[in-house]
Design a protein around this ligand. Sequence first.
Ligand SMILES: [Zn+2]
Length: 76
Amino acid sequence: MSTTTQVQSTLTATDRCDRCGAQAYVRVALPTGGTLLFCGHHFRDHESPLREAGAVIFDETSKLDRKPEPADDTEE
Ligand SMILES: [Zn+2]
């Protein structure tokens, strides 16, 4: 029997976007140790600078019923 204490990137309905208060679907772990929560919309606004800063991004937008945009994994 194993006790799994690993931290999942599971966001719940109580997690809110830091910018607008909408339900958060993306959790961003900053290199400085902080954590930001974003809705899909605001994550898009901040994605590039966050990635450049080396943030670890837990994207759970797949939980959304509606697809934000077609994934770009189709293009080679
Ligand atoms: Zn937002």
